[in-house]
Write a protein that binds this ligand. Structure first.
Ligand code: NI
Length: 177
């Protein structure tokens, strides 16, 4: 029988995969598919990053924190480059990086043990346990995918449909009143 620690680990891993693999990554791809290469690398002003930079930054962060910090992969992150790159990089290159990051997240997160959740590790310049690594990557994706979504909506004047099911069920409820 599974211990409480194992059940807790399973629940946390499932939730991490749900938020990253079922929400953030698809939203990221959706936004990129709606933008031209020029728009992906456009900076609203010199103090703001382009979408392409945010993609490099998200992937760099996840590969460093989850891939290297939790999974023991080599840490090859070049953080300053994520912001300095002016692009446009080929779209295929961005999509390949997203794919690599997604596969790394899935592979490493599936192998996390209950002990990993509390064990301290060195990531970037921080001391973090496995739980804080997972929470950080989820919140970091949510933050920057939110920025990318706002930029895409502002530029394209579209509904991205992230809460389609919720909206539909509310409409149904209103109609039945
Ligand atoms: Ni960030």
């Amino acid at each position: 029988m599974e211990s409480y620690a194992e059940k807790f680990r399973d629940a946390l891993v499932e939730e991490t995969k749900r938020r990253l693999l079922e929400e953030s990554f698809p939203r990221l791809r959706q936004c990129l598919s709606m933008l031209t290469d020029e728009e992906i690398w456009r900076r609203p002003n010199p103090h703001s990053n382009g979408v392409g930079n945010l993609v490099l930054h998200l992937c760099g962060n996840a590969l460093q924190w989850i891939g290297s910090g939790l999974g023991g992969d080599a840490d090859e992150r070049k953080r300053q480059w994520e912001f300095d790159e002016r692009g446009p990089l080929p779209r295929e290159e961005l999509l390949a990086l997203i794919q690599k990051t997604e596969e790394t997240v899935a592979r490493v997160v599936d192998q996390v043990s209950p002990e990993d959740l509390l064990e301290m590790r060195r990531v970037q310049t921080f001391e973090e346990n496995g739980l804080s690594i997972l929470v950080h990557v989820v919140e970091h994706f949510s933050y920057h995918v939110g920025q990318i979504s706002y930029f895409t909506k502002a530029l394209k004047d579209v509904d991205l449909g992230y809460y389609r099911e919720v909206v539909q069920s509310e409409v149904k409820k209103l109609k039945s009143l």
